[in-house]
Structures are given as structure tokens and as C-alpha cells.
Design a protein around this ligand. Structure first.
Ligand SMILES: *[C@@H]1O[C@H](CO)[C@@H](O)[C@H](O)[C@H]1NC(C)=O
Ligand SMILES: *[C@@H]1O[C@H](CO)[C@@H](O)[C@H](O)[C@H]1NC(C)=O
Ligand SMILES: *[C@@H]1O[C@H](CO)[C@@H](O)[C@H](O)[C@H]1NC(C)=O
Ligand SMILES: *[C@@H]1O[C@H](CO)[C@@H](O)[C@H](O)[C@H]1NC(C)=O
Ligand SMILES: *[C@@H]1O[C@H](CO)[C@@H](O)[C@H](O)[C@H]1NC(C)=O
Ligand SMILES: *[C@@H]1O[C@H](CO)[C@@H](O)[C@H](O)[C@H]1NC(C)=O
Length: 489
């Protein structure tokens, strides 16, 4: 023991004494005792084996939620502490939590977080509440070209549009201990000195409006989520007027890549709707944007989309897409507010969920037309970074959409291929490249005129690199788990 104390003291002068807590082992489902009820098993026609698999995944998901997620965290309840019970326009602040207690989160040291709820609009223009977080850097990045830069008080802002994190309230990154994307993006941006403005997208986080009406997450509806991003900028400006720059770069991955492309399209299509944030837009950076997701992942998405399609296409009926088993499973995952892997076990990999030829009705292609970005005017510059080995978003599809968009509309648009990289690793492999791209936008460096594609050259042959991570962030904040954290001083 003495030797350990000396080592600790040498490593960390703050340790005043060596009263250690008794170490305890930790499992990955320590915060959940969830079991499926008999009624849920019956509803989903779940075998004992499948029910047990779903429970394992679900307990892990619940354990990832800070403060017990949106059901238990009062922040997401608009009936408690809302500043504005009768909002009238998009971008209004409903709630501000300036200092989020980050004890239950897995954030790196020396960042600070706020959360807000604000108004946005859904696809048909109805005013809805939406939540999001802001991650604050310790020291704001100084933009060298700005001679009269008003110093340390303002951080340059990056809007971060996340990829698929879920379909229900608890899918909100702002309630996830690691903000769902952890080191891939929000931590990396904050540590590079940017204020990270991160919308959850309407329906994720807050699912009940100020009048109690249900707010579905209109998953993949590019334009609705793009407006959630733009309205969040407005809301953050009014909540923290002196802390962020009025110009910003938009970044997104996968679903959020499409949302980010959507931001550029919304800005180009009607300047007047977002005049107050139009000129602040310095550029859009997309990783593997979902350009054709709905029709390529029908078995995953149709059961989820079927829950809210009637609000968009009043004649839609879930049986247009789903068998009775499919309808029951869609109901089950909705009752459970299930996240990605529960949905994969319960729905996406199961035969007999979709009717034969679900696209004999027009809803799938019609929704895809609403969802998919590209082939429209856009406000550049834009950079699209795509792993060539991405198994989720096809590199061919993003390349095609890039080329046809460029062909029709020209503009400043670059396609950067990352040989051998998958869906998430495309972000990791190129971090210093895109951080420079963002910095260049704030510095006002001109972008080459026109469309061009490029390929990142890896230092070593690309097949020498590890193509997927095999670790994850786990919360170890309890005293008995201190020994997980060698860097705790
Ligand atoms: C999970 O942990 C949070 C603290 O982060 C706690 O508030 C919540 O009640 C816990 N949830 C469950 C299901 O135990
Ligand atoms: C809204 O979300 C809560 C969890 O925050 C959940 O308990 C509730 O069932 C959801 N409502 C609907 C209508 O899905
Ligand atoms: C410099 O300051 C002036 C006056 O406050 C302002 O109008 C201008 O936009 C600033 N320039 C930059 C590059 O921030
Ligand atoms: C707008 O969308 C909401 C939610 O999907 C739906 O309930 C409402 O009926 C729609 N309103 C119109 C006018 O289409
Ligand atoms: C992508 O395009 C290449 C070249 O056109 C072709 O060989 C390949 O089969 C395509 N892959 C997919 C998944 O469509
Ligand atoms: C990653 O590498 C493994 C082992 O080399 C290989 O089996 C797998 O197909 C690769 N996955 C991707 C997405 O490239």
C-alpha cells in the first residue's frame, strides 16, 4: 500500500491522503434493471431468446442516459420552468440551462455544457419545441485574421448535426452521457476551441409540446431538421448573445450530413426566411451524408417511419408497408422508445416485417423525395468527406449526387474520398484536414471556384490501419470505480 501511495503522490500532488475507496467491479448495465413485461413479449411475439437479447441491449442503452434520460430529467418537461408558454415564432427560447451539471456525463475535463429548449418548425410549418446542447471550449479559438477580434469572450461557433441516434425522446444526444458522438466530433471541436451548437432535432428530447400535443421526430426529413439547426443558432444567439460569433460553420454526419446539406439548401432557396442567420453561414462540411437512405434501408426505416407518416401523408396506413407482425413490432419499439440496436434485433433483421413490394404505394419514394438532399441550389462552400469502404452510406450514391448537383448548379463543392475508411472512421481519419477547413472558413480564405473531387493520401497503405474502433466511453464517476480513471487528478 505504501508504495502505491507514493506513486499516487508523485503522480498527483492533490491527493492529500491515501484513503482509497473499496474498488468494485462495474458492468455495462449498472443503471438499469429493465425487463420486458409479459404483455410486451406477447405484443412483439418475442421468443424467450429474442426477449433476453433485447433486454441486454436495452439495459445498456438505459445506462447511457444521464439523469435517467428524458423521462426522469425535468429539463425536457416543458410544463416545468418554461420561460414562454405561448411562443409565436421559430427560434424563440423556451428554457435555458446555462450550466448543465455534467457529473453524470462522460465529458472530457475542462469543457462546459449548456442545454436549451427553443421553438422550431416541422415539415408543414407547425411550431414545435426542440432541444439541444452547447459545448463550450475552455479557451476560445483565436482567429488570427481578425485583427480586432474581441478576444477571449467569444468562441467561433460550429453547428453540429448528429447522425442517427434514435427515433424517440431518449434518442436525444443532449441526454446521452457521451453526447452520442463523443470524441468523433463534439469533444474534438470543443477541444479545438469552438463552441459546439448541437441540435437534438425536434421529437428527440422533447416529445410533448407546450400544449401537450405529441411531437414526433420526423426522421430524415432533411428540411425540418435543417430548420431545427438554423433556429437553434437564433436561440443560442439570444440566450448567450456575447459568447459566440455570429458567423458559423455547419458540420454533420450521416443523417446529420443530409441535414447539413439541407441547411445549405434552405439558405439558398429562400433567403428571407433566415435572413438573420444567412450571412453568418461560412460553409458546410458533410461526412457520409444520407442521400438515398430510405429506399436502401427499407427494412430498418419503414417500421419507424410508419409511426408518423400519417401526419405527413394523411391517406397513409401502416399496412401499406408492414405485415401484422411488422405493425406489432413497430408498436413495441415505439412503446419501448427503443434505440438503434434494439430496433435492429426486433425489426430490421427479422423476416416477415414488410409486405411484399412496399413501394407499390407511392409513400416511400414520396418521402424519400422530401428527405434526400442534393440536386437543388445550395449555399456553399461545401465539403463532402466520404469513406470509400462505408457500408452504410454508399460512396457511389454520394458521388453521384455530388456530380449531378455540380453539373446542374455549379458552385463551390468539394468531394473528398477517404480510401478504406468506413462510416464513422471517415471522420477520425481526416480530423486535422477538416479542422483546417473549418479554420479557413473563419479566416475568410477563399475556396477554389467550382466543383472538384480529391482523394486523401494515407501515409501508409490504407489496409495497414485499424478500420473500426473496439472501445467505448463508459461512465466511471462513482467513488468505487475510481481505479478506472488513472487521469482523475
Ligand atoms: C440512472 O442514473 C441517473 C444518474 O445519472 C439516475 O438519475 C437515474 O435514476 C438512473 N436510472 C435508473 C433506471 O436507475
Ligand atoms: C414521450 O417520451 C417519454 C419519455 O420521455 C415517453 O415516456 C412517452 O411515452 C413519449 N410519448 C409518446 C407519445 O411517445
Ligand atoms: C472589426 O470591428 C468593427 C467595429 O466594431 C466591425 O464592424 C468589424 O466587423 C470587425 N471586423 C472583424 C473582421 O471582425
Ligand atoms: C402538420 O403536422 C402535424 C404533425 O405531423 C399534424 O398533426 C398536422 O395535422 C399537420 N397540419 C397540417 C395543416 O397539415
Ligand atoms: C460503385 O461504382 C463502381 C464503379 O462505377 C462499381 O464498380 C461498383 O459496383 C459500384 N458499387 C455499388 C455498391 O454500387
Ligand atoms: C475491417 O477490417 C477487417 C479485418 O481486416 C475486415 O474483415 C473488415 O471487412 C473491414 N471492414 C471494413 C468496413 O472495411
Amino acid at each position: 500500500m505504501k508504495a502505491i501511495c507514493i506513486a499516487l503522490l508523485a503522480a498527483a500532488a492533490q491527493l492529500a491522503n491515501c484513503q482509497l475507496n473499496a474498488p468494485a467491479s462495474q458492468d455495462t448495465a449498472w443503471n438499469s434493471t429493465f425487463t420486458l413485461s409479459a404483455a410486451q413479449k406477447q405484443l412483439g411475439q418475442l421468443s424467450d431468446e429474442l426477449a433476453s437479447q433485447i433486454e441486454t441491449v436495452y439495459r445498456w442503452d438505459q445506462t447511457q442516459l444521464a439523469n435517467g434520460g428524458t423521462t426522469q430529467d425535468e429539463f425536457y418537461n416543458l410544463l416545468v420552468g418554461s420561460m414562454n408558454a405561448h411562443p409565436t415564432k421559430p427560434g424563440e427560447i423556451l428554457k435555458v440551462e446555462d450550466i448543465t451539471d455534467i457529473t453524470p456525463f462522460n465529458l472530457p475535463a475542462e469543457v462546459s455544457m449548456s442545454r436549451i429548449i427553443y421553438t422550431s418548425v416541422n415539415l408543414n410549418g407547425t411550431l414545435v419545441p426542440a432541444s439541444g446542447y452547447i459545448l463550450w471550449p475552455y479557451a476560445a479559438k483565436q482567429i488570427r485574421s481578425r485583427l480586432n477580434w474581441s478576444t477571449t469572450a467569444q468562441a467561433p461557433s460550429v453547428v453540429w448535426n448528429h447522425g442517427t441516434s434514435g427515433w424517440f425522446a431518449d434518442g436525444a444526444p443532449s441526454t446521452h452521457r457521451s453526447l452520442f458522438y463523443g470524441d468523433h466530433m463534439p469533444f474534438a471541436l470543443a477541444q479545438a476551441g469552438y463552441a459546439v451548437i448541437a441540435p437534438d432535432y425536434a421529437g428527440l428530447g422533447v416529445n410533448a409540446s407546450w400544449d401537450g400535443t405529441f411531437v414526433p421526430h420526423q426522421y430524415l426529413a432533411r428540411e425540418a431538421s435543417a430548420k431545427d439547426s438554423l433556429n437553434m443558432i437564433r436561440a443560442v444567439r439570444s440566450a448567450f448573445p456575447c459568447r459566440i460569433t455570429s458567423d458559423y460553420v455547419v458540420v454533420g454526419h450521416s443523417q446529420g450530413g443530409a441535414v447539413s446539406w439541407g441547411v445549405s439548401e434552405v439558405l439558398a432557396q429562400d433567403r428571407s426566411e433566415f435572413l438573420d442567420v444567412y450571412s453568418g453561414h461560412l460553409g458546410t462540411l458533410m461526412f457520409a451524408p444520407a442521400v438515398d437512405s430510405i429506399l436502401t434501408h427499407e427494412s430498418l426505416f419503414y417500421p419507424l417511419l410508419s409511426r408518423f407518416m400519417k401526419g405527413i401523408f394523411p391517406t397513409f396506413n401502416p399496412s401499406d408497408w408492414l405485415t401484422p407482425l411488422g405493425i406489432a413490432r413497430a408498436q413495441l419499439v415505439s412503446d419501448l422508445q427503443a434505440a438503434q440496436f434494439v430496433v435492429e434485433y426486433a425489426v430490421a433483421t427479422v423476416p416477415g416485417i414488410l409486405v411484399d413490394n412496399p413501394d407499390s404505394t407511392y409513400y416511400g419514394p414520396a418521402y424519400a423525395a422530401l428527405a434526400d438532399p442534393g440536386n437543388r441550389p445550395y449555399k456553399g462552400p461545401m465539403l463532402l468527406i466520404q469513406g470509400s469502404a462505408d457500408p452504410v452510406v454508399s460512396p457511389n450514391a454520394t458521388l453521384d449526387t455530388f456530380e449531378s448537383t455540380c453539373h446542374k448548379f455549379g458552385g463551390n463543392f468539394e468531394y473528398m474520398s477517404v480510401p478504406g475508411a468506413g462510416h464513422f472512421p471517415g471522420m477520425d481519419a481526416t480530423r486535422h484536414l477538416w479542422l483546417s477547413w473549418i479554420e479557413d472558413r473563419f479566416n475568410g480564405h477563399p475556396v477554389q471556384i467550382g466543383c472538384q473531387s480529391s482523394t486523401v493520401e494515407s501515409l501508409l497503405p490504407f489496409n495497414r490501419y485499424k478500420n473500426l474502433t473496439s472501445s467505448f466511453l463508459d461512465w466511471s464517476g462513482a467513488p468505487q470505480w475510481y481505479y478506472h480513471l488513472p487521469d482523475r487528478a
